[in-house]
Design a protein around this ligand. Structure first.
Ligand SMILES: CC(C)(COP(=O)(O)OP(=O)(O)OC[C@H]1O[C@@H](n2cnc3c(N)ncnc32)[C@H](O)[C@@H]1OP(=O)(O)O)[C@@H](O)C(=O)NCCC(=O)NCCS
Length: 163
């Protein structure tokens, strides 16, 4: 298993994973393309990480392997602060620490870049994500009524100070 920066080649697998997870943020293919193209050219304000593992395909004697996407994280560099925009772990890979590891990578990256704050919002009912964020040191700071659609729900706002 390894964590690496995403490339545009990861977009189909990211979309497939995101679509399996109703509570994830849902982006169009174009939004991912714009985020990752600018990242590849070194001009990005986005930071996108994927977690992949190699899985065997064919018979064991063939020894062929293909990468499988297990998780990803998308964050936005907004100058003095960052926004965690999305984090998704495949249902089969949950509760193994991948989500916490990705959040930890973002916090280290933002701290090393000299930033002071990370913000995010999450559906009120998304207990898995809220517990993950709280365990990662985020504090609840507010609420946006009716922020989400399909289904309608309030957003809970979180903040993590880095220094
Ligand atoms: C939220 C999500 C990213 C968590 O990923 P994960 O890899 O399972 O999280 P971790 O294994 O790192 O969990 C870290 C801690 O968070 C808490 N946690 C995670 N999932 C939980 C759940 N379903 N119920 C209760 N607590 C949970 C636990 O305290 C866990 O520690 P523990 O396993 O030692 O008890 C994952 O559930 C997911 O992809 N959900 C769908 C997409 C989504 O809603 N993303 C958030 C958008 S804002």
């Amino acid at each position: 298993m390894r964590i690496r920066p995403a490339t545009t080649a990861d977009i189909p697998a990211m979309l497939e994973l995101e679509q399996k997870c109703p509570t994830a943020a849902h982006w169009t293919p174009r939004l991912y393309q714009v985020a990752l193209r600018t990242e590849e050219s070194g001009d990005s304000k986005r930071w996108v990480l994927v977690v992949e593992q190699k899985v065997e395909v064919g018979t064991a004697s063939e020894g062929r392997e293909t990468p499988e996407l297990l998780a990803f994280l998308v964050a936005h560099d907004l100058g003095p602060e960052w926004e965690l925009e999305n984090i998704v772990v495949a249902p089969s890979a949950r509760r193994k620490g991948l989500g916490a590891r990705l959040v930890g990578e973002l916090l280290s990256h933002a701290r090393e870049a000299g930033n002071e704050h990370v913000f995010l919002e999450v559906r009120e009912s998304n207990q898995a994500a809220r517990i993950l964020y709280e365990k990662s040191g985020f504090e609840e700071t507010g609420r946006r009524s009716g922020y989400y659609l399909n289904p309608p729900e309030d957003a809970i706002l979180y903040h993590r100070r880095l220094r």
